[in-house]
Structures are given as structure tokens and as C-alpha cells.
Design a protein around this ligand. Structure first.
Ligand code: Z5A
Ligand code: MG
Length: 225
């Protein structure tokens, strides 16, 4: 068969603030695809199982302190150590579904009010370490008003799980979305209304993904390139 017309797996990323339902929906999507006989796998970020992931986990649980720049680079390094496997799987026809990705990395770091910088880390600094990572074919940003996120369950114990931090991160996610649309085009990022029941949100997501899980023609792109 003509290799130029053969399909690869789609790279689909779920993003959004705390408690918007990412992990719930990612699990349901992977289950559905497997039931339908499609090849799909889940990739969680941060991947807390690797050596770098363990450092990130300690930081998030406030068991370790770290400079804001250093932890930002570790989150990115955690993606880079998974990047080759993601590319390989996509080229083997496997759909890769990511629970958070580089966009969380930028939004959370840029939102930080650090001791050294009133406005958190500079946006451009936050963008650079992830440059050339596999480009998602679609990012679904699960949008949930703060009031409803707070109602869903109490904030957890981890760093960043405060109203101030979530509000600042929400603003940064808008800037990240603009950057994606500017550099990669308007079709690469979709806002999904995350209100309603789990089943209602699942239907919306299914509609947004459409036939993407049947495969994609063309090589995997590079982020911010
Ligand atoms: N972080 C970073 O700083 N830099 C980076 O590069 C990356 C991440 C990748 C840990 O992430 C922190 O790392 C995170 C960003 C930062 N800090 N914060 N905030 P994480 O992904 O490990 O965080 P998590 O705690 O596992 O997930 P989450 O985002 O907080 O939640 P979620 O996955 O979006 O939601 P959920 O677990 O699916 O659902 C939350 C609850 O709501 C749960 O009880 C569900 O049963 C319930 N739920 C779900 N859907 C619904 C609906 N539709 N209705 C009612 N209730 C629902
Ligand atoms: Mg989660």
C-alpha cells in the first residue's frame, strides 16, 4: 500500500483546571476505544512513576522544595522522557490520549506568584523547554466555572490546589489557547463545556473528537514549531 496515504494514530490531549473531570473522561474514552476494537493508550502527565516523576510528586506533595524554574524544567523533562514512545506509538497506529500535557506546564508555572517574580515565571520562558515535543492533533480544554469545580469536591492537599492559584491558572490557559491557535491553527484546540453529568460531558467530547480516532494522515508535528 502507498505509505503516504497510510494513517497513524491521533494524539489527543485533555487539559483544564483542577477537578474539571479530565481523568474521568480520559479513562472513559480509552475504555470506549478498546471496546470498539481500536488501539489506544493513556499517557498521564506528570508521569509520577519515573525518577523525574518521583521528584515532581515529592514537590507537589510539599515533601520537597524547589526553585520555580527548576520544577518547571522537570515537568518538561518528564514529557521529554516519554516523547519518543509517544511518537513511536502514533506511528504504529495507536491513538495516544494524554491527561494533561505541556499546556498545563505553561499555565501553572506562568500563574505562580513566586518570591522572585510578582507575576510568576515569564510566559516565553515557560514555552521554550517543550518546543519540538510531539504536537497534539487535538487539545480538548475542559472548561468549568470555579464555583462548580469547588462544589465537586474539596480542594486536595497538593500544592497549586487553592482558589488564588486556580484563578491565575485559568487566565494563563486563555493565553496558552491563543498561542496554540496562532501558531498551529484554530482546529488544534477546542473548549469543551465540562458542566453537567459525566455522561453529558462524554457525549460532547465524543462529538468534538469525531473521526480523529480512525487515524490521521501526515506526520506528527512539533510543538511551537
Ligand atoms: N502540573 C504542572 O504544574 N505542570 C505540568 O507540566 C503538569 C502538571 C503536567 C497535578 O496534576 C498537578 O500538576 C496539577 C497541575 C500540575 N496541579 N493542580 N491543580 P494531576 O493531573 O496529577 O492532578 P489530579 O489531582 O490527578 O487531577 P485533577 O486535575 O485535579 O482532576 P481531574 O482529573 O480534572 O478530575 P477527575 O479526577 O476526573 O474528577 C474530579 C472529581 O470530580 C472526582 O471526584 C470525579 O468523580 C468528579 N467528577 C468528574 N466528572 C464529574 C461530573 N461531570 N460531574 C460531577 N462530578 C464529576
Ligand atoms: Mg486528574
Amino acid at each position: 500500500s502507498d505509505p503516504s496515504s497510510s494513517r497513524r494514530g491521533a494524539f489527543i490531549v485533555f487539559e483544564g483546571l483542577d477537578r474539571c473531570g479530565k481523568s474521568t473522561q480520559v479513562a472513559r474514552l480509552v475504555d470506549r476505544l478498546e471496546r470498539e476494537g481500536q488501539k489506544a493508550r493513556l499517557q498521564k502527565f506528570p508521569d509520577r512513576t519515573t525518577a523525574i516523576g518521583k521528584m515532581i510528586d515529592a514537590y507537589l506533595q510539599s515533601k520537597a522544595e524547589m526553585d520555580d524554574h527548576a520544577i518547571h524544567l522537570l515537568f518538561s523533562a518528564n514529557r521529554w522522557e516519554c516523547a519518543a514512545a509517544i511518537r513511536q506509538d502514533l506511528n504504529r497506529g495507536i491513538t495516544v490520549i494524554a491527561d494533561r500535557y505541556a499546556f498545563s506546564g505553561i499555565a501553572f508555572s506562568a500563574a505562580k506568584v513566586s518570591r522572585s517574580a510578582e507575576m510568576g515565571l515569564p510566559f516565553d520562558f515557560c514555552l521554550q523547554p517543550d518546543r519540538s515535543l510531539p504536537l497534539p492533533d487535538l487539545t480538548l480544554y475542559m472548561s468549568l466555572p470555579q464555583e462548580e469545580a469547588t462544589q465537586r469536591s474539596q480542594f486536595g492537599e497538593e500544592r497549586y490546589e487553592t482558589v488564588t492559584m486556580q484563578q491565575a491558572t485559568r487566565k494563563q490557559f486563555r493565553l496558552v489557547a491563543e498561542e496554540v491557535k496562532k501558531i498551529h491553527g484554530g482546529t488544534k484546540w477546542i473548549d469543551v463545556d465540562a458542566r453537567g453529568t459525566i455522561e453529558e460531558v462524554e457525549e460532547r467530547i465524543k462529538g468534538s473528537i469525531g473521526v480523529l480516532t480512525d487515524g490521521v494522515i501526515g506526520r506528527v508535528g512539533e510543538l511551537w514549531v
